[in-house]
Design a protein around this ligand. Structure first.
Ligand code: PEP
Ligand code: MN
Length: 354
């Protein structure tokens, strides 16, 4: 994917962060126009609104459909903002293009389905429009890259991705787990592909928008897509995570944007300290595995099962609270422990089957 083009639309400064803002859903013409005008007066240049809403369960608000596209057209004419919406089918693409939508995005549920992504890709052949692809709901980097490649192969070279987090069974702090290592690996593999963060769907709560946006900026993300509504408490969808244009403006002004092109020499010393610590971590892990294998041997000799759920639960909850006391995210610690436990079980099973 060497010939990726900048996603920038004419008149938009090539400066981090690029901001896309607007309501989760277009609800009424009045709500769309009011939100758009307030955003435009804050200097926002790209408006978002969902027209077709993929809801987890039937009965939720499923979007106003084609009628809403005429409201977006009005936004474009009256505020000069660019307009963007989510597409999930060939028909959505045709309708969006017909109504002069400037940028499209593919939602997380759609990105997880190669048939749907291919259908959208086929509908976009020969069209020159920027497309942003959200991470699939499940934490599968290859599936995400596959979706990007499908759209790229259709000839769309103004491409970007949106990191909105990954769904999990047990919702804790975040509505969707960030799992930052996944987009970081994506950046390593596709350094030219712009990455935007969607702190609204990731956090699921208003108060998480600022810290998640800052974290995205610190990781060198190119921009943010933030759900913004003129009256968030009355929103027909995702109301807990929507903020007013005023609050958005405040959050954006508080963001600290650090230069990503700084020389790496200043960092050399800190990086060497990281290398040393990583080596120590590896040694410790290998020691831990050695002990775990000894336990495996003991279990084998005493015909005990490998997995002892209560012991595992105890370790999990103790270590997670210790980690949190040390200023680390509990979810992060849980992932680390799960990975260590998995490898430990694998090694014990090896011993038992010997
Ligand atoms: C949205 O952007 O409103 C949306 C439905 O997001 P996601 O696909 O990330 O759930
Ligand atoms: Mn939403």
């Amino acid at each position: 994917m060497k010939d990726l083009e900048p996603i920038l639309l004419p008149g938009i400064e090539a400066k981090r962060p690029l901001i896309i803002a607007g309501p989760c859903s277009a609800e009424t013409e009045e709500q769309v126009m009011r939100t758009a005008k307030e955003l435009a007066s804050q200097g926002i240049k790209i408006f978002r609104a969902g027209i077709w809403k993929p809801r987890t369960k039937p009965g939720g608000f499923e979007g106003v459909g084609v009628e809403g596209l005429t409201w977006l057209k009005r936004v474009k004419e009256e505020t000069e903002m660019y307009i963007s919406t989510e597409v999930a089918t060939e028909r959505h693409v045709f309708e969006a293009l017909k109504h002069g939508i400037d940028m499209l995005w593919i939602g997380a549920r759609t990105a997880a389905n190669p048939f749907a992504v291919q259908e959208i890709a086929d509908a976009l052949k020969g069209v020159d429009i920027p497309v942003l692809i959200k991470n699939p709901v499940n934490p599968d980097l290859e599936l995400w890259i596959g979706a990007v490649e499908r759209i790229y192969n259709a000839g769309i070279h103004k491409l970007g991705v949106i990191h909105r987090g990954f769904s999990t069974y047990d919702k804790q702090i975040y509505r969707n787990q960030p799992q930052w290592h996944i987009p970081i690996e994506l950046r390593r593999r596709m350094p030219n592909l712009p990455i935007y963060c969607d702190p609204s769907h990731m956090g699921g709560k208003r108060e998480l928008i600022a810290p998640l946006s800052q974290q995205a900026m610190d990781l060198g993300y190119d921009g943010l897509i933030v759900e913004t509504h003129c009256e968030p408490d009355c929103a027909w969808s995702d109301k807990n995570q929507q903020i007013t244009p005023d609050v958005l403006n405040y959050i954006l002004h508080m963001l600290v944007i650090r230069d990503t092109t700084q020389t790496t020499e200043n960092l050399a010393e800190l990086r060497s300290q990281i290398d040393i610590l990583d080596n120590q971590l590896l040694e410790l892990l290998s020691k831990r595995m050695r002990i775990s294998r000894e336990i495996g041997q003991y279990k084998k000799e005493h015909s005990m099962p490998v997995l002892q759920a209560t012991r595992y639960d105890e370790i999990l909850s103790k270590r997670i609270s210790q980690a949190m006391e040390l200023g680390m995210d509990g979810e992060f610690m849980k992932l680390v422990l799960q990975a260590i436990h998995e490898e430990s079980v694998r090694q014990q099973i090896e011993i038992i089957n010997k």
